[in-house]
Every structure is written in C-alpha cells, then in structure tokens.
Design a protein around this ligand. Structure first.
Ligand SMILES: [Zn+2]
Length: 313
C-alpha cells in the first residue's frame, strides 16, 4: 500500500494543517447557500468560487483542501433533476477544482518554502447531510449498515476515480455509518481515508456511542489512517482527543466548528463564537495529542493562519 499524505507530512512536520469552512467563505463571496444542497449547489452554479476558496486556504497555510462534495450525492442531485451521470460528473468536478487550486498554488516556487506539497481529501459527508434536516448531528436515520453502504458507494467510487489523494469521511454521527464506510473502503484497495465524527460531549459522538469505542473499532482497519472529531464545539475538543488517543495510536484529527449551533430549518447559525483564540486553542489540542488540525463550519482562513503561525514558524 502506498504512503498516505498524512503519514508523509507528519514525518517532517509537527502537524498536518487542514483548511477551514468552505461554505462560510463561499457566502462571504456572495454565494447563496440557503438550499438543501448547501455548498454542493455552488458546484453547479459557480465552481470558480470553490477553486478560489481552496486557493485562499493554501495561501493561509493549509496542507490539505477538503473538497466540496460533503453534501454532493447522486440522490441529492437527482432531486434537482440531474441524471446519475451528471451528478457523478459534478462530484468528480469537486476533486478537480481542489487539484487545480493545489497545482496552481504549488506551481509558484515561493509557496514551496518550508512546507509540504498540499493534498486533496475528498469529502464524504454522512447520510444525514443528504437529508439536510440536521440529522447529521443526531444519526437517527433508521437505516441498516447495508443500506448506508449502498448510499455511499456511487459517490466514493466517483471520488476515488477522480484522483483524490485520500477520502475524508467527516461529521459522521453514528458508529453504524462508520462501519458501513470501512466496509465500503475495502472495495477500493489502496485508498486511504480518515474517519471523523461529530460529537455531543467530551466522550460521546452525536448518536451516543463513546468515541473511545469508535476509535477502538477503527484502529483495526488499515485503510483508516486517522481518527478524530469535527464540526463540534471547541470546548469539547480536548476531552475528545484524549478519548480517541486512549484507543488508538493512529494520528488524531481535530477540526471543530466555531461553537455556534446550526439550525437546519433556516440554514442559519446561532449563538456565540468560541474560537476567537484559535492559535492558542489549537496549541492545546496539539498538546492533548491531535496531529491533524483545522476548522470546520464558520471558521475562516484567519483561523488557519493563526494555526500556521505557530505550527510553521
Ligand atoms: Zn462543520
């Protein structure tokens, strides 16, 4: 099996720096994401904005672009009248946009000083993201493992075929979906993935299973090369990192959201931001054992810059 980009970067750098929110930056550039397809809608309407945001994050210091495929599924696009072939084409476009941004960034030799070549992680959002009803933070789908596996298969096949460097399974709320995804990964030998959960407190993922048990399950799967949490409030992250570490020696991911709460009914965020000291907070997550750090919803290139400031002095 070939080396995965996370292991390669961690051989020479203290952490892998992920990017921050895609949707937040697309909105700042004028995109309207009040839609059940969310950022996937922009794949259809304004793909050049997605490429520009990826480039912003590389310039801010990110080693990785997470593609705009989180909410891009065959079933979701079918609801807009797109054929399966058209949907799969858009899903693959998400990888190409990130690769184009990465290659443009890396073509400038001034950008290569003291940093690794960035990689492209193809986002696989949970089944609940396709439902667009907030259930990605609950995990109460009522689907079997086999049904979840069938739901995820076409997108993962498209992402792998498009040439992503690895797969980013993210905001996974329940262990049954992680089980389905690792079974699906086995259909793509040689492909590496990270598995990142959304969590409800410092011990438990959103559906209620203990993160330590999820990490113990995943520890046995060689294609899963990193385990962690994302889209979870910053205040919970240190405890969750410790919980994951107690069950695995694989690198631990932490990419929290801003601490605000998402309202799926209105496509809006409420409450207070709790990531204003992102540089210091990310140092604490590193001290707790996280080795892959970035931001999820509502974070910006400024947060990634604050992280790169200490991680890539
Ligand atoms: Zn998020």
């Amino acid at each position: 099996m070939i080396m995965n980009p996370i292991t390669t970067i961690l051989e020479t750098h203290p952490i892998v720096i992920l990017d921050g929110a895609l949707a937040t930056e697309l909105e700042r550039r004028g995109a309207d994401l009040r839609d059940s397809l969310w950022s996937a809608k922009i794949l259809l309407e304004a793909p050049e904005l997605i490429r520009a945001v990826h480039l912003d994050y590389f310039l801010a210091g990110a080693d990785c672009a997470i593609t705009a495929s989180y909410q891009a599924t065959v079933a979701g696009f079918a609801g807009r009248g797109l054929s399966e072939a058209e949907a799969l084409g858009l899903i693959q476009r998400s990888v190409q946009l990130a690769v184009e941004a990465r290659d443009a960034f890396w073509a400038n030799s001034a950008h290569r000083v003291g940093r690794p070549r960035p990689f492209v992680a193809a986002s696989v959002g949970p089944y609940g993201a396709f439902l667009a009803d907030g259930s990605e933070y609950r995990g109460d789908y009522g689907l079997s493992e086999a049904e979840l596996l069938d739901f995820h298969r076409p997108r993962m096949a498209a992402l792998v075929a498009a040439g992503a460097d690895m797969i980013a399974c993210e905001t996974i709320p329940c262990l049954i979906e992680a089980r389905a995804l690792v079974r699906l990964l086995a259909e793509f030998p040689g492909v590496h993935a990270w598995m990142s959960f959304s969590a409800q407190d410092e011990q438990r993922i959103c559906y209620g299973e203990r993160l330590v048990d999820c990490a113990a399950f995943l520890d046995a799967h060689p294609q899963v090369v990193a385990i962690g949490v994302n889209c979870t409030a910053p205040a919970l992250i240190t405890g969750l990192i410790r919980a994951a570490r107690s069950a695995t020696s694989k690198p631990i991911l932490a990419y929290p959201n801003s601490g605000e709460i998402y309202d799926a009914a209105t496509y809006s965020w409420h409450g207070e931001t709790s990531c204003d000291a992102f540089g210091e907070q990310s140092r604490q997550w590193y001290a707790a054992g996280a080795r892959i750090i970035g931001g999820c919803c509502r974070t910006t290139p400024d947060h990634i810059r604050a992280l790169a400031d200490w991680a890539r002095p």
